[in-house]
Every structure is written in structure tokens, then in C-alpha cells.
Design a protein around this ligand. Sequence first.
Ligand SMILES: Nc1ncnc2c1ncn2[C@@H]1O[C@H](COP(=O)(O)OP(=O)(O)OP(=O)(O)O)[C@@H](O)[C@H]1O
Length: 244
Amino acid sequence: MTTNQDVIIEINQLSKHFGDYQALNDVNLTVKQGEVLALLGPNGAGKTTTINCLLGFLKPDNGQVRIAGVNPQQNVVNARKNLAYIPEQVALYPRLSGLENLVYFSKVAKVEKSEQEFKALLEQVALPAHAFNKPVNSYSKGMRQKVGIAIAIAKQAKALILDEPTSGLDPSASYEFSQLIQQLAKQGVAILMATHDLFRAQEDAHSVAILNQGRLVDYLNFEQIQTVQLESVYLKHIKAEPSC
Ligand SMILES: Nc1ncnc2c1ncn2[C@@H]1O[C@H](COP(=O)(O)OP(=O)(O)OP(=O)(O)O)[C@@H](O)[C@H]1O
């Protein structure tokens, strides 16, 4: 049975405009514990604007968002405690190693662990052991993402938000990433993933939301995702309308 307590990411009647442009228009979405939601939409659809509202970087014009019950407009520190964010380019200190970045960002989140425990986290996300002590400026995108995911696990984040996580990943790195996402979802993390990767969305997501020109134009639950070809559904909504 699903209860309100299962809902970790809440987006209620969210609207946001920039000048004359309505970037988000009355968007409603939820992501529950253990659910992976793929947020699809063409360039300019409003995916990053949605994420920026969830992170507390943007103030909605109307509506509200909550992370584990906390509205970032009211308490951004508490909202972010429950949240991990992995942007398209994971923001790590380039000259520090993967291990040092993990230790640093965990300390920022007030997480204390032994070096062995931090290394075990890097093993859990399948970062090659030879890379643990190398500077992250020598890492591939997939390796940086693994450090980002290790930070999310260390923080025990209830919500994970990803922006374009698989763009630029080769198929095996993309597959490895997908395994990690499934692992986190099984541990109960609510995951919102903005993506153009229809293949990964069809494979990995438990629900799919399609935004176009700031509006939610379709929502598919798990059963629906299994029975449709996502590309056809997406193109049905998007093809006729030029993207921004
Ligand atoms: N700070 C801003 N000032 C003005 N316009 C903005 C700002 N941020 C976003 N926009 C506009 O809002 C619209 C939605 O942008 P957004 O970045 O949310 O789209 P997106 O779905 O993430 O696109 P993409 O797939 O290209 O990342 C776009 O038309 C964009 O130009």
C-alpha cells in the first residue's frame, strides 16, 4: 500500500516564468521511496528549471516543492540534507582524488567514517581500486559519477536528482550507471533523473513524465512503460512542436 509517507520528492502545481516565457506551468509530480522517475522533454522543456526549484536555487512563482517533507524555500539546509544532486558534469575538486573528494563532501555533510569504510563505498560503486588515489581530473565522466553516487550513499540521501546522467557515456558505462541506480532504488532512495536517453528511461524508470514547453504532457506508470514503445509516446507529444 502506498501512503503519503512514501513520497520523498513532491512537486505541487509548480509554475515559473522568466520574463515573458512560462518555463513551468502547473506541474505536479511525485517520486516515492525506491522509485526511479525519468523526466523527459526536449531542450527548453523545463527539466532543469524543475530541478533548480527542487534544489532551492529558484523560487517558484506558484506552487511548491518538498524533499522528504521539507520545502527548500522555507529551509534549504534541511531540504538539502536529504538530497544528493548529480549534475551533467559532477562538481568535484579536480586535483583531489576520488577518495579525498568522497571524504571531503561526506565531512561537509557531517558524515564520519573510517578510511576503510570510504574505500568500501568506492568499491560498492565499482570505481576501480587503482583510481581511488588518483586526481579526479584524470577520471572519465562515468568515474566521476561513481564518486558522486558514493557521496550520495555516504550521505544516506533519501532523494537523488540527476541531470542528463548518461549523456556522453559509452554503452557499458551507461549500463554500469543503470545498475547503480537500480541498487540505490532498491535501498529506498527516490530518484528523479532528467534525461534525453529514451532507452535508459524505458529500461530503468518505474515512472516517466514528459514535459513540453513547461507543461506535463504525459505520465506513464510502470505497467504502462512495459507495454509501450517510449520513443513513439515521446514523439507523439513532441514531434509536431518545435523545441525551444
Ligand atoms: N535563468 C534563466 N533566465 C531566463 N530564461 C531561462 C533561465 N533558465 C531557463 N530559462 C529558459 O527556460 C526554459 C526552460 O529551460 P530548462 O533549462 O529548464 O530546459 P531543459 O528542459 O532543462 O532543457 P535542456 O534539455 O536543454 O537542458 C528555456 O526556454 C530556457 O531558455
